[in-house]
Design a protein around this ligand. Structure first.
Ligand SMILES: *Cc1c(COP(=O)(O)O)cnc(C)c1O
Length: 389
């Protein structure tokens, strides 16, 4: 079997249809959208069409859509932009957000802001009540993600947005892992700011969207030319922008089919794990009510050579040798492997967190690939945990 890619929460390939749409913008239609001549006018039209399409797909106004360089920039711009505009000094978030939220929050802390981290439960859940209790007169912004990228928890962001609205505090949600994968309408959700990324939904890398509801206190973060109505300077990434809109359109058109497909893959995976590894694996995060395409597993076993807990990093490398690509959330900071901040954040003991891998399905994965993974996982685990004689 060719390599099996189970790491779609990290990135996805560009869809064929999307690629076809964006290729002309690298060669024939390469104009700077701000140029007054025909080359510029053509790309300007493409950008504004893309903006309208994105707005329509999420229930926003075109004037509320800002194209950015990706999820990371959108998260940074949302949080810093609101703090700068409100002059309030508290950011409320959680310890299991993506680093694109946590690190800007921490950098604001160094400038004197207070960062309040709401504690998730063992499945990664954070309730509107927690948000309500935490909001103070000093709260500039609440930022909580829609779907957790490591464990797949779905937060009740509609209810959280309503709570924030009551207290007149802007609410930002990182929806990089939910948009295009579950129904999402900004009006229905009531969010004030929202981040998206192209490359997690079969679009190109280096493109994202920041939705800012009209009237939200927010100051531009990246300053330069007058692009994006002076809200984000820099020559427009035309191919990226067109690709972002096409990718979102494609994913939303196929949303139900993709979701059913992921549920089937997940079902086969869990059945196989139950059959072969019952009691020797655990699911981190929600078991039944998370998104179907993200599954985080730990293996409470002893490593054959070190006699310590199983090393998830080694498991990942061994699976890679077998042609299977998964991920783990651990970060290599200054030479030492740190367990994932998300798994730590939901209270998982280090030993279990260190033995974890994340499987994230994509539209082109097959049931045969899940079967192949189960076979190889079995082999690799027996090798890694065999008691040497
Ligand atoms: C991937 C990801 C990001 C970062 O997006 P980029 O476009 O890679 O900058 C932010 N948040 C979440 C939840 C993600 O999964």
């Amino acid at each position: 079997m060719d390599s099996v890619y189970f790491d779609h929460a990290s990135t996805t390939p560009v869809d064929d249809g999307v690629l076809e749409e964006i290729l002309p913008y690298y060669k024939q239609q390469f104009g700077n959208a701000d140029s007054a001549h025909q080359f510029g006018r053509a790309t300007k039209v493409a950008i504004e069409d893309a903006r309208e399409l994105v707005a329509k797909l999420i229930g926003a106004e075109p004037s509320e859509i800002i194209f950015t360089s990706g999820g990371t920039e959108s998260d940074n711009a949302a949080i810093k932009g609101v703090v700068n505009a409100t002059r309030k000094t508290e950011v409320i978030t959680s310890p299991i957000e993506h680093h694109a939220v946590i690190h800007p929050a921490e950098s604001l802390k160094m400038k004197g802001c207070k960062v309040t981290y709401l504690e998730p439960d063992s499945t990664g859940m954070i309730t509107p009540e927690q948000v309500k209790e935490a909001i103070s007169d000093e709260t500039a912004i609440v930022s909580l993600m829609h779907v957790n990228n490591e464990i797949g928890t779905i937060l009740p962001i509609k209810e959280i947005a309503a709570t924030c609205k009551e207290r007149k505090v802007p609410f930002h949600s990182d929806t990089v892992q939910s948009v295009g994968k579950m129904p999402l309408n900004v009006k229905e959700l009531g969010v004030d700011l929202l981040s998206m990324s192209g490359h997690k939904i079969y679009g190109p890398k280096g493109i994202g969207v920041l939705y800012v509801k009209n009237g939200t206190p927010w100051l531009p973060w990246l300053q330069g030319g007058s692009q994006e109505r002076r809200r984000r300077g820099g020559t427009s990434n035309v191919a990226g922008i067109v690709g972002m809109a096409e990718a979102l359109n494609y994913c939303i058109a196929n949303l139900d089919a993709h979701r059913t497909h992921y549920s089937n893959l997940r079902g086969k995976l869990i059945d196989g794990l139950e059959e072969r590894l019952k009691g020797r694996y655990r699911i981190n995060g929600p078991v039944d009510d998370g998104v179907p395409h993200i599954i985080n597993l730990s293996f409470p076993m002893e490593d054959a050579t070190t006699e310590k807990g199983l090393d998830g990093e080694m498991l990942l490398l061994n699976l890679d040798i077998e042609g299977i690509c998964v991920s783990n959330g651990s970060a290599c900071t200054s030479g030492a492997v740190e367990p994932s901040h998300v798994l730590k954040g939901i209270g998982l003991p280090d030993k279990l967190a260190n033995s974890s891998i994340r499987i994230s399905f994509g539209k082109d994965n097959t049931l045969e690939q899940v079967q192949f993974f189960l076979d190889k996982l079995d082999d690799v685990l027996s090798r890694m945990t065999k008691v040497p004689s």
